[in-house]
Design a protein. Structure first.
Length: 120
């Protein structure tokens, strides 16, 4: 389930797109279709990036917490279920050109004991 702050942020951003576009349209009555499209995309991508971020976090948490050992992310080398060691930030660029920082979980393989191993 998504946390309430995430839901609220999505609603706030959606509302911002609607009111923002109305205001933009009033300020740019002569805008071409292309300009309208760009203004709209710019706003959509902001919501899109936030939703991607929240959903990816939710998925990462589910990967580690809601699974039995046999279904947990496994070591790329030997296939042993990893032990969760924490999270690390990972930079992504969405197709809208917005930078997105995800906290990715990483684990330690109890067999290889090679330190940080991303899920395979
Ligand atoms: Zn291993």
């Amino acid at each position: 389930m998504l946390s309430e702050p995430a839901d609220l942020a999505w609603e706030a951003l959606s509302a911002e797109i609607l009111t923002g576009m109305r205001e933009w349209r009033e300020q740019h009555p002569q805008a071409t279709m292309r300009e309208i499209e760009e203004a709209l995309d710019e706003r959509w991508y902001r919501l899109r990036a936030r939703m991607l971020h929240d959903l990816a976090l939710q998925r990462a948490a589910a990967d580690w917490n809601d699974r039995h050992a046999a279904e947990r992310p496994t070591c790329r080398r030997c296939g042993t279920p990893l032990i969760l060691r924490g999270t690390r930030p990972r930079q992504l660029n969405t197709s809208g050109g917005h930078a997105l920082t995800l906290q990715r979980s990483y684990g330690r393989c109890p067999t290889c004991t090679k330190g940080r191993v991303p899920p395979g």
